[in-house]
Design a protein around this ligand. Sequence first.
Ligand code: GDP
Ligand code: IMO
Ligand code: MG
Length: 429
Amino acid sequence: MGNTVIIGAQWGDEGKGKIVDLLSEHADFVVRFQGGNNAGHTMVVNGKEIISHLIPSGIIQQKKCFIGNGVVVDPFVLLDEIDYLLKNGIDASAKMLKISNRAHLIMPYHRRIDSAREDKIGAQKIGTTGRGIGPCYEDKAARRGIRFCDLLDFDLFKEKVRAVLDEKNFYLQHYFKTETLDPETLIREFESIRDRLIPYIDDVSVILDEGIKNGKTLLFEGAQGTHLDIEHGTYPFVTSSSVVSGNAANGSGVGPACFDEIIGIVKAYATRVGEGPFPTELFDDIGDRLQKTGSEFGATTGRKRRCGWIDMVVLRNAAKLNSLSGLAVTKLDVLDGLDEINICIGYEHKGKTITNFPAEIKILQECIPVYETHPGWKQDISKVREFKDLPVNARKYLARLEELSEVKIKIISVGPGREATIIKERIFK
Ligand code: GDP
Ligand code: IMO
Ligand code: MG
């Protein structure tokens, strides 16, 4: 396998974790490059479910894992996740995992501001995961963030915390009318975990570069999905990082010429968790059925995911923005038993046809999906392992997705387990 980037093509939860776990077998290094513990990636191996929020999913296959400079890391969540993995027999010690010295720390005030802000804006809320992601990226851009390398010089760390809390406490107390944080207590909390964190801190960019020079294979694990991207998503109903493949280079400190494959993960239907426009959302029995059959609950917050038909305006946009070289279609089994399956091929807006994803939220909210209807299949496909054994209507559905997206389908997933996979075209030897 060449160096491969995995990107969510829709609004997240496409099944990236499963595909990263599967492909990790053929990788040496697995790298997260953006987002934080807003992500929830689920792997099912030998019937056992593991959910990771921060640590690359390649840890399950015990590959060397890296958290790049573009990720925002809540160190308390990280340590809990390391312990959780260890309890499940997975080594996530500093031998297996390195965190970029340039990665920013999600601080307790980031979490507090995230939820206070959502509470204050009420009906207009984004529906964030409440993990402090947005406030942490805000501080990064405002040049007052605290990075992992700051933990190495604890006097400097203390100075930074005291200075930043002066401002945050004013904001918390006077704007949000909520509790403030005591800098000395916060410093003590970090003092108690600092020794555990230090062995993990390294210059990830340098290690990856050496790896590339020594012929190692790198797998980059995207979090969220293209339409939650801060630049290209349904702004402001987006996350605060750049999700698209271009950022796999920037967020991990490698050059953009090192990618050989960019695989878009796409659910055979569509889901979204949190607020924001979703043109193909279903509010009927079929939507309920997709939600129940697909067990569509958020892996991070447990919220019910909104469900709808697959949207080719969205998928074509993802193909364009990410230079997708292939698709992995997941959860095809969830469509089993439906009489008919719809594919959204464009939108209608005030008598006009729209085929490119609009920037304006209001327009997107007013768009009416234009559907092409395909016959479903009645068989259970969860045991199918060869493309040729899929029902003819399932093959036709996939062929139409390929045709409309102009991207080849390379992997098809028919169940949550690692084994429930059809390799249509090998991207590894
Ligand atoms: P991620 O955030 O993109 O990694 O996706 P999540 O893990 O949040 O959500 C995907 C969910 O679908 C998880 O519960 C997976 O175990 C499950 N899943 C992945 N692929 C398939 C599939 O092909 N079929 C079914 N039925 N479930 C799947
Ligand atoms: P994975 O990696 C689905 C959504 C939230 C909210 C918006 C902003 O598992 O696919 P944030 O906390 O990031 O500020 O929330 O983004 N969101 C996700 N939705 N999957 C995710 O990650 C998500 N990460 C964030 O629900 O609408
Ligand atoms: Mg998820």
